[in-house]
Design a protein around this ligand. Structure first.
Ligand SMILES: [Zn+2]
Length: 347
């Protein structure tokens, strides 16, 4: 049984850091593990200009602990009105991607896209510039069952979009279904996908049952919502398949604990405090620890056309219990599996 693994320093290709006092808690967690992270732009108001992205980057950098190397990779939030000219300014500012949220799909997505055709001029500019489009791939039509929203998005929106933009780099973010895995496997080199640790580790039973019996578990609620076991198995197969199209994106999404433990709890799982430990557990569970490095440290950088990191991290098979909660501004932040023992530890 493997006891210790050394990996090239990994990157997180999908991360929510929030803003303000929250940065002091969450930035050090990600910076301790990852060399870089793609930072989501769904603040209030959303990041829709290169200038706002640069200002946000500076606030993040100010929260990186001294002596730690961590590069936030910035994104813009696509709206119906994001001008094509902003793409040129974004490229010049070092912004690396644009995120599409269908309006109403998840936290702070009210400004999202109501009809993708309204954004075609901007997407043309991105295709020319080689700038990736990052998709929250769920339809929001109320008649579509929440467990089917990703599969329906692929049929109704992604397939036509891909037809109209054959060379636009597209990352299907935090995929959760067999349908998404099949779509990405069959796609060409312009398509990639990120996978979260929590979708690799848990199926939808985790929302309702745990070690202490039945009960509603708001800290397992995220969007896209956890799916059936058959889908989780498909995700594990994809992550450990050796295909370079699949890479690490935690979608770590902090919310104050009282806003999750509520009658209408917020969507999002916080995993940045132990991200690589959780991925190691998932890969170990299917005997694929030897596939973790490419997934975590190579495939994403290669897709984005960025150099791979230098330096390494080490993970050890050693049981430990992360803190039950973290200070989060004036509130508390409870991580996924708060108070539980994790089998892998970063040393
Ligand atoms: Zn996200």
């Amino acid at each position: 049984m493997t006891q210790t693994i050394h990996l090239t320093r990994p990157d997180d290709w999908h991360l929510h850091l929030r803003d303000g006092a929250a940065l002091q808690t969450v930035v050090p967690h990600s910076a301790a593990q990852f060399g870089r992270a793609i930072v989501m732009p769904n603040l209030q108001p959303p990041i829709t200009t290169a200038a706002a992205a640069l200002a946000y980057r500076a606030r993040i950098q100010a929260a990186v602990p001294p002596g730690v190397q961590f590069e936030p990779l910035m994104t813009l939030y696509l709206t119906d009105n994001l001008p094509a000219a902003e793409i040129k300014r974004a490229v010049e500012a070092g912004v690396v991607a644009v995120k599409l949220y269908p309006a109403g799909a998840t936290t702070h997505s009210d400004a999202g896209v109501t009809d993708v055709r309204k954004t075609y001029k901007t997407l043309e500019a991105m295709q020319r510039a080689g700038m990736p489009l990052l998709l929250h791939g769920e339809v929001t039509a109320p008649e579509v069952d929440i467990f089917d929203r990703e599969a329906v998005f692929i049929e109704r929106q992604l397939i036509p979009l891909r037809h109209d933009f054959p060379e636009l780099k597209i990352v299907l973010e935090h995929i959760t279904t067999r349908e998404a895995v099949q779509y990405v496997h069959a796609a060409d080199r312009f398509t990639g996908a990120t996978l979260t640790a929590h979708h690799l580790l848990f199926n939808r039973n985790a929302l309702f049952t745990g070690a202490s019996g039945a009960g509603l578990r708001p800290h397992y609620f995220c969007l896209p919502v956890l799916k059936r076991e058959a889908h989780r198995q498909a995700l594990l197969q994809a992550a450990s398949s050796g295909s370079s199209k699949f890479f690490l994106g935690t979608d770590s999404a902090p919310h104050a604990a009282h806003l999750k433990e509520s009658a209408a709890g917020c969507a999002g799982c916080y995993t940045a405090h132990a991200a690589m430990e959780l991925y190691a557990e998932a890969f170990d569970g299917v005997g694929a620890l030897d596939k973790l490095e490419a997934f975590a440290s190579f495939n994403g950088a290669d897709f984005y056309g960025l150099p791979r990191n230098t330096g390494t991290i080490t993970l050890k098979r050693e049981a430990w219990t992360p803190p039950v909660s973290f200070a989060f501004g004036a509130a508390l932040l409870k991580p996924l599996r708060s108070g539980e023992v994790l089998p892998w530890r970063m040393v």
